[in-house]
Write a protein that binds this ligand. Sequence first.
Ligand SMILES: NC(=O)c1ccc[n+]([C@@H]2O[C@H](COP(=O)([O-])OP(=O)(O)OC[C@H]3O[C@@H](n4cnc5c(N)ncnc54)[C@H](OP(=O)(O)O)[C@@H]3O)[C@@H](O)[C@H]2O)c1
Length: 343
Amino acid sequence: MALEVLFFGAGAIGAFYGSRLALVPNTNVSVICRSNYAAVKANGFKVTSPQYGEYKWTPTRTFNSPDAARQSGVSWDYVVVTTKALPNVSDDSKLLEGLITPKTAVVLIQNGLGVEEPYAQRFSKSSILSAVTIASAAQPTNGHIEHNRWTRINIGPYYSEPTSTAARSQATEQNRVLVDLLQRGGIKDAKADTHEKLQWVRWHKIAINAAMNPSSVLSGGTASQAMSLDSELYRHLKGVMDEVLETAPKVIGTPLPSEFATSEALLRSTQKNNSGSKPSMASDWEGGKPMELEVILGNPIRLARAKGIEMPRLQTLYALLKKKEANRSEKAQKKKKESSSKL
Ligand SMILES: NC(=O)c1ccc[n+]([C@@H]2O[C@H](COP(=O)([O-])OP(=O)(O)OC[C@H]3O[C@@H](n4cnc5c(N)ncnc54)[C@H](OP(=O)(O)O)[C@@H]3O)[C@@H](O)[C@H]2O)c1
């Protein structure tokens, strides 16, 4: 019997990894789309990549909502969540009710901290797999996935509470199988990690995201390389990264593993990256979309605070951006009210 994989939120990252998994024999990959549904239903996805070339991918099934996926009656082995993590806008775990059985592994390929918890609470009988990717991808038009560079994805089981040995071994095996499938689909640097290691990978990625993303928005959409080459911004970015890397060991309870890059090394590599790319939060802001502020800034701040630690640099960025976003929605609502009162 074929393995059934469902991607929830088939945008840049979902469609990219989905298209690689779909190359593995005996693996059916289906998608739940939203604004790109009509384009994908009609023509499938076109993927362009410097590494894999240009190819077309037609998912096994294309749904326009979780409800349509429920009505299909398929029993899913993996449900992979690749929506933006916006807990202040929508509890996406709720939308998946009825799609997850105890044999389903829920996989979260999302940036940020604490993204697993709503799923772990709601689907406590299922395995939760947590994934961090450094791939860079975009969807410039509906159905066209542009893979820009990098493919690395780390995946590990997530345990919210003390978990039985049987549940741990089920999650570890589902994790191993998924990583193996990705590797067979050409993602050579897909890697299986433990729960503990994966949380370190998440915190380390936060050092990058919490520094680059908000700073780009607040500096008017500056590209990552340009920020890292500006001497004053360099000090700021390094300060944010160091704050995260110094706080993480106190929250996690183990020292920073030596294999993780320092703030200097991260910034050196950004200085060399002349792709001109902007952090995704800047593109979201410019596109009038909500930003992943809660999982990239709010949750690290709250996790640290629970241990009596303040993160003043992150807190400043969080407070300023939250207000910037709130002001924008207030303005939009006012405009909407005014135009509807004219009708
Ligand atoms: N793109 C990258 O290079 C990159 C790299 C590393 C990590 N990440 C992380 O990966 C995650 C996904 O990012 P992304 O760039 O792939 O975002 P994206 O391109 O916006 O894709 C998310 C997709 O989910 C869809 N969606 C959201 N809610 C839905 C719902 N209720 N029902 C059906 N579809 C829904 C969106 O539809 P709409 O278009 O209608 O909103 C969109 O197609 C984020 O956490 C991001 O930070 C991204």
